[in-house]
Design a protein around this ligand. Sequence first.
Ligand code: ZN
Length: 491
Amino acid sequence: MLKLSPAIKNYAWGVVGTDSKVALLSKGVIEQKPYAEMWLGTHKDGCATVHLNDAGDKIDLINFLKENPTWNKVSGSQELTGQLPFLLKVLSVAQPLSIQAHPNKQLAVKLHKEQPQHFPDDNHKPELTFALTPFSALAGLEINSIAIERLSSFESLSELMKTIGFCSEDILAKGGDEYSLSREACRMLTASSDEIKAKFVVSMKQLVDKAQQILVEAKDKTTISPNVTMSLQLFVSLCSATSSPTDTGPVLAAFFLCHRKLSPCDAIFLSANVPHAYLSGDCVEIMATSDNVVRAGLTPKHCDPVILSSMLDDCGVEQMKMIPQLPTSSPDGSVTTFFIPSISDFCLQRACVSASNTSSSPVIIPMMNVPRILLVLGRPCMIEAVHVSKSSKSQETSHDEEIKQEHTKKEDEKEKENPRKFNPLMKLFAEEGTALLIQPGTQLILSVADPSHSQMSSSSSPSSESFNPSHSQIIPSDCSMIFIASENVRA
Ligand SMILES: [Zn+2]
């Protein structure tokens, strides 16, 4: 295994300074500016860095994987690009992100070819979000019955929607699925003409006043439902945060998208075409290696109403899936959980290392034949890498084995030609924020950190930042939470 440094993104919506989980994990000097995302992967707009040795030599992860085939996918025989199929991130969200959806593979190829300036990748971008703190998001279209309740409790809005041609009765009369109202509202509000936008510009202030009035009047009486209250509150707060008066995003977000409040350790999967917007909180996110975003509002950036409209055809029935968790608990109480989506690009494993996981009772993470990226949150822990010998690999046919040996021979020869020296770590005291590239064929042994081992981290620059439980609300103070990202070999 080798240490990695993430790429950091200081987007304006990020949490500022030392309040940002991303800033704390980045291990750099923290300034008074937003720290929104950290990226651990090979994407060209934010490639991670591999620390090669004690001498401080570094190289981009993509070039490292290109030069060192035995650290790349073992089963692959195609020309190595160094590209990992997945991108692991941590997000610290202070302000709402734009309402967005991500294209499927086919559409991504088309968009990248036609508009590379807006769509940097020819790849889809399914996403899995794991909440680290209470996490608020809008994800998926809202079902008709809830949208109707919101509209009927807010007459000023339903009147305004009628003036732009949105009539609930007519839409429902046409049939369609249980998301037909929200889908149509989404289409109209994003594709709105200048004339429609002008109507919103003059009405938005009145709408906000009216929403506030309803909230005040309802305070003592229970005249409006929690659903309506939440929508009105969200609408008011989104309007105050939106700089553009022609942005219909606050209406779309508050009344026609589904509000999700994730508790720490909840996970959601966003497949292609699902409109969503993160509102606040910290999360670990894993996605296919791509940065293709089709925006629909809550942003001054380029929006794509026509493309979004076509994507909405395929959004609704499946909506957003909660990922089934497959926990394996060992007798010592440690738990390993997998989040396995329906696509092949990624899966996420989470392991908890508690005080009972001493070196004689560690958490064992079996080897995989693909490269993995590991990230440590919470308490420091010990991580030991054991390269599993080929003969002990289970149930491979002799033919498979022959092909692999031939392949490995070629890889070994290629690596011998390569003069760049690096020293893989075999055992490591890993504090919060430690990120590692794990070589294929490596079994990991995780155990509670022995303070006497803290000197062992000399192979990297020792961090002055000690573990601070107050920044890890979700992780018990005696626990390390280990995230391991890989390709989804089960798909
Ligand atoms: Zn997204």
